[in-house]
Ligand binder design. Structure first.
Ligand code: MTE
Length: 320
């Protein structure tokens, strides 16, 4: 990636240790109550309109997923001010400063390709409040840093079933909005726009795979990929495509942005793998944002037990 090498991270980018447990307990408790009240409501009902949401921004969701890590989440500050979102610039601070130009309401997602129910869906029709849940996941960036993020979203599998993929659907491709007016970074040639990522169908259907619409109990901030982004916790962060406007089902492997930009450096699978180094740096260790000492990177980012079966029989050095 053109993105910074791990050593380039400045000390000023490392933030204080955070107020973890307290905040999480608070969120869990309030989440439970709100969820009970709002269960069954549709996305717009819960927020009346997403502009009103911007003021309050709170989401209702079920907490306490067995799939959540019990590690302490990074602070909201870390999560919202240290971002990769090249549509708004290549520095970590750029998205927080510049992503206010993105208009997320109304938002439509085109679903097409190998599905029985292709359509343009309003976000409100795609995501029902009653299905929202909190999942606290590790995110391991290919640049050898990591965070723990309390996402709010829905499992992608449920949504895919609604679209009724045909028997020819073997891959799913996700595309970010292309609009250089709203996304000034797209005026530069740093990547081949729009940003595209993809998954194999069984990866997309895996229970860990999430479409996130919020974090820390609130609607996603623009810099984190509002209003809807992918979260696949056992893969390098670049698979987690932001601000999705299209979900396409295909029979052939999608051409993905980073694999196109550096085929020797970024593969389609992008599974976190400490035994396969990036050509320009080691992937064996990582720095958790907010911590000083590096920690070991875990196979599949610590989700080995859940996902290793997806890759049985594959050579993960070749299919990186
Ligand atoms: N999606 C788009 N559209 N553009 C990007 O530049 N960066 C990726 C991913 N999704 C990126 C993107 C990378 S490299 C990472 S590490 C994660 O977003 C970062 O997500 P976060 O900023 O919410 O932590």
């Amino acid at each position: 990636m053109l993105i910074k090498r791990p050593e380039d991270v400045r000390p000023s980018e490392i933030t204080e240790p955070r107020v973890y447990a307290e905040r999480r307990d608070f969120l869990r408790n309030s989440a439970g109550t709100a969820f009970a009240l709002a269960a069954g409501a549709a996305f717009p009902a819960l927020l009346a309109s997403r502009s009103a949401q911007a003021a309050a921004g709170k989401l209702s969701f079920a907490g306490g997923s067995a799939l959540s890590t019990d590690e302490t989440p990074n602070s909201l500050k870390d999560i919202t001010r240290y971002n990769n979102f090249y549509e708004f610039g290549t520095d970590k601070e750029d998205p927080a400063r510049r992503a206010h130009t993105l208009k997320t309401d109304p938002w439509t997602v085109r679903v097409d390709g190998e599905v029985e129910k292709p359509a343009d869906y309003h976000l409100e029709d795609l995501i029902k409040t009653s299905q929202l849940e909190e999942r606290i996941y590790r995110l391991r960036c290919v640049e050898a840093w990591s965070m723990v993020i309390p996402w709010v979203g829905i499992p992608l599998a449920g949504l895919i079933k609604r679209f009724k993929p045909t028997s020819r659907a073997r891959f799913v491709e996700f595309t970010t909005l292309y609009d250089p007016e709203q996304m000034p970074g797209q005026r530069s040639q740093v990547l081949d726009w729009p940003y595209v990522e993809g998954l194999r169908m069984d990866e997309a259907m895996h229970p860990l795979t999430l479409l996130a619409v919020g974090l820390y109990g609130k609607v996603l901030p623009n810099q984190n990929g509002a209003p809807i982004r992918l979260v696949v916790p056992w893969k390098y962060g670049f698979k987690n495509v932001k601000s999705i406007v299209r979900i396409r089902f295909s029979n052939t492997i999608p051409r993905t942005t980073w694999a196109l930009s550096g085929p020797g450096e970024y593969g389609f699978y992008a599974n976190v793998n400490p035994t396969v180094d990036h050509p320009r740096w080691s992937q064996s260790r990582e720095r958790r944002i907010g911590e000083f000492f590096k920690r070991k990177t875990l196979m599949f980012n610590g989700y080995e037990e859940q996902v290793a079966g997806l890759y049985r029989g594959m050579d993960l050095r070749r299919s990186f």
